[in-house]
Design a protein around this ligand. Structure first.
Ligand SMILES: C[S@@+](CC[C@H](N)C(=O)[O-])C[C@H]1O[C@@H](n2cnc3c(N)ncnc32)[C@H](O)[C@@H]1O
Length: 211
């Protein structure tokens, strides 16, 4: 977030937003502690922008021994995801209403990701909005620090420009390598995949040595 300078002073709105952000992060941190994250030993499959949780609940149902976490900005989508989790009695998964960078900031340092999945993230097609895309160089570095050995990133979009952006970012990153021959982790339509005719997928592996 950028500071808003109004006549040399930081604006009231900016201060309020900082306060809200601090409260959100404290609340999320408390929930992660209550859910036992500080003592988790196993690596987690993490989905960023999970929407209604279609994909993650199906993955968890098919892989009950893998701990899964899905986050989304929108509370109503997380409610629907939690309803799916309850309907299938999926014990080994958690959904949180959270923003990606805030979530990564408060996640206990012991937590490692086995795989990270992005399915049909908002493409922000206008050039002036590209900075809002989830895939950015600092994010790729932050995720790489969290990956367990051989951990992979799976990204799928219907938007060619976002696909090219993600390929370019991964190719320029010191922390990931493209794995175009690898198989998609788990095929299951998401809500948005159903709406879109075609899509592009990217698979990358975190390079060892960064911790
Ligand atoms: C186009 S939807 C795709 C949802 C789902 N993955 C699917 O394929 O059906 C993108 C989702 O990402 C969420 N999202 C966007 N930016 C986010 C962020 N910074 N942190 C967490 N979730 C985010 C949105 O709220 C939205 O639900």
């Amino acid at each position: 977030m950028k500071g808003e300078e109004v006549s040399g002073a930081v604006s009231e709105g900016y201060i309020k937003e900082l306060k809200r952000q601090k409260e959100r992060k404290e609340e999320l941190k408390d929930r992660l502690v209550a859910d036992g994250f500080p003592s988790f030993k196993e690596a987690i499959l993490f989905e960023a922008g999970c929407g209604h949780g279609h994909w993650l609940t199906s993955f968890s149902n098919a892989n009950p021994d893998t701990k899964c976490v899905g986050i989304d900005l929108i509370a109503g989508r997380i409610s629907k995801a939690n309803a799916k989790k309850a309907k299938r009695s999926l014990e080994n998964m958690h959904f949180y209403k959270a923003e990606l960078l805030e979530f990564l900031e408060v996640l206990p340092p012991n937590i490692r990701f086995s795989n990270v999945v992005f399915l049909f993230p908002d493409p922000w097609p206008k050039a002036r909005h590209h900075k809002k895309r989830m895939i950015q160089m600092p994010l790729l570095e932050g995720l790489a620090q969290r990956m367990s050995p051989d951990g992979k990133l799976y990204f799928r979009t219907d938007d060619r420009s976002y696909y090219e952006w993600t390929c370019d970012h991964i190719e320029q990153s010191d922390f990931w390598e493209m794995k175009p021959q690898d198989q998609w982790i788990f095929e299951e339509d998401t809500y948005f995949q159903n709406l879109m005719g075609s899509y592009f997928s990217v698979i990358a592996r975190a390079l060892p040595g960064l911790k």
